[in-house]
Write a protein that binds this ligand. Structure first.
Ligand code: ADP
Ligand code: GLC
Length: 493
């Protein structure tokens, strides 16, 4: 099966969140399942300067305002997954982030930058750019790649079907309606039944309307996005796709996230030799200037600091966490108000609350290894990866029952739907009292060392790898392939 994976960020080269982790790991798992897979990535400096053995495939352009666009074929460093990279210096070679400049403002030409990504994906899939390869399935991730589905729909020559994965409906890729002509799509694509969304042009809608299949990153989120509470105004569009929408739960890269081999840790450990975790905790307490109390329950949080993540709840219950003898370590960046609130919290509780406002991959590993519990109290969470990293590191998750958190964490008091015992603590309402109750129960369990050790062991024994999700994606691609063949056969008849 020839599969083109299209996305804007990829671990370890460029990462703003979990999307990069997925694009770093899923393609490798699909290759292991036998897919003839290639990535398509924008030539951002972090990507183009890092890929190996880059060779020119063809020259394109001028397109999307860029005079010179070259398609390169290369290999990803570390994984050696084959990748196409779009070298368009005018659009991609600049400092700042993939979507925003250094000051957090969206790049003014994001329409062109990600329009190009989608357009190249469709051209490549249809065999128009590389004489040696075309795709049977284009798998587009989030709004950045979503236009590929509209371009494939507009010029359906060739074999390619499309899958669009929604990682987060909160980021939709909205642009002024007047700019649609820049996309080179006919005017019928600007109607409310296509890309138009309340007077704007929506890249997200291109994926939702025109992909052959839509997936979200957890089964629960797939159900949630069809409701007004979680659908961000797109619930009607999503409901309209009926059974074309499904959820495939993310996995994690169990080689990158493995406490037994993690070079970021001062001490490695495993389910059978868990002693090193106590040393990781002591190191974390030291790093953040917390009191060296081995028995104080240490809560950890690694997150974008945005309203999605429910962090105001954590701030509300902080005094009670301290009163119950707990400690808290936070690592994150994001909204100025949340950053300031956590800074103030750290100043107010020296020795008990540590805060690092920044992005640090190694630090995230150390934090997740050193904490006893990982907090993920999100208001919505398409999948969430840190609770799974927590499970793998014996760091018990405390989460809200929402999205992928509901699919991966089962309360110790309830167990999972198959009757297996729980692996964490789950609360329902986005209210401080509900979070406080979950933390109180977790601290109670923590003070029963045997029960706690069993709880940690259960999480560490779980299979969270990409093996199963990769099989599920392969099955989806195969189904699409057979449908296309069937359609062709019918056309011939
Ligand atoms: P989201 O994609 O919504 O941000 P996920 O839980 O899916 O949430 O993924 C977040 C990813 O980003 C995880 O790999 C997490 O470790 C990482 N991360 C978030 N904030 C930071 C930070 N400040 N420093 C390092 N890694 C971070
Ligand atoms: C998004 C979501 C997160 C998910 C990640 C990877 O950023 O917010 O819940 O885990 O994508 O799919």
């Amino acid at each position: 099966m020839k599969v083109l994976q299209v996305g804007a960020e990829i671990y370890p080269l460029i990462k703003t969140g979990g999307l990069a982790d997925v694009l770093g790991a899923l393609p490798q798992a699909l290759c292991q399942q036998g897919a003839d897979l290639r990535l398509l990535l924008p030539g951002l400096p972090g990507i183009i300067d890092a890929v190996l053995h880059a060779k020119r495939v063809c020259q394109i352009g001028p397109v999307f305002g860029a005079a010179s666009v070259t398609l390169l074929r290369a290999q990803m460093p570390y994984s050696h997954v084959p990748a196409y990279v779009i070298d368009a210096p005018f659009l991609y070679r600049r400092g700042g982030g993939p979507y925003q400049d250094r000051h957090g403002a969206e790049w003014a030409d994001n329409l062109q930058r990600f329009g190009l990504l989608g357009w190249v994906a469709a051209q490549l899939a249809q065999g128009r750019l590389d004489p040696d390869w075309h795709a049977e399935v284009v798998h587009a991730h989030d709004w950045h790649a979503a236009l590929s589905c509209a371009y494939l729909h507009a010029h359906p020559a060739g074999e390619a079907s499309s899958v669009f994965t929604v990682h987060n409906l909160a980021f939709q890729g909205l642009f002024p309606q007047g700019d649609w002509a820049l996309l080179g799509l006919s005017s019928r694509y600007m109607s409310p039944s296509a890309l138009e969304f309340h007077g704007q042009l929506s890249f997200m809608k291109a994926g939702l309307k025109f992909a052959d299949r839509i997936t979200t990153v957890s089964p629960t989120y797939a159900r949630e996005v069809a409701t007004a509470e979680f659908g961000m105004g797109l619930e009607g569009v999503i409901r309209g796709r009926g059974a074309d929408v499904s959820g495939i739960l993310n996995g994690i890269d169990t080689r990158v996230w493995d406490p037994a081999s993690d070079s970021a840790l001062s001490q490695r450990y495993s389910a059978s030799q868990p002693q090193g975790k106590a040393l990781c905790k002591a190191a974390l307490q030291k790093q953040f200037g917390l009191l060296a109390e081995p028995d104080a329950p240490l809560l950890g949080l690694v997150s974008r600091l945005t309203s999605q993540k429910g962090l105001d709840l954590v701030l509300s219950v902080l005094p009670e966490i301290i009163r119950m003898g707990g400690q808290l370590v936070v690592q994150g960046t994001g909204e100025a108000a949340l950053e300031a609130a956590f800074r103030i919290a750290a100043d107010a509780h020296p020795g008990r609350v540590g805060v690092l406002l920044g992005y640090d991959e190694t630090g995230a590993h150390r934090l997740i290894a050193g904490a006893d519990m990982i907090l993920v109290p999100s208001r919505f969470e398409p999948c969430g990866l840190t609770q799974m990293y927590g499970l793998r590191y014996g760091t018990v998750p405390i989460v809200r029952r929402v999205g992928g958190l509901a699919d991966t964490v089962h309360d110790v008091g309830q167990g999972d739907s198959a009757g297996a015992p729980g692996n964490g603590f789950v609360f329902d309402t986005a209210q401080p009292e509900a979070l406080r109750d979950a933390i109180t129960r977790a601290f109670g369990q923590y003070r029963q060392p045997q029960a706690w050790a069993q709880l940690m062991q259960r999480g560490m024994a779980e299979n969270l790898s990409w093996d199963l999700p990769a099989l599920q994606y392969m099955a989806l691609y195969e189904r699409l392939g057979s449908e296309r063949l069937e359609m062709k056969r019918r056309d011939v008849d």
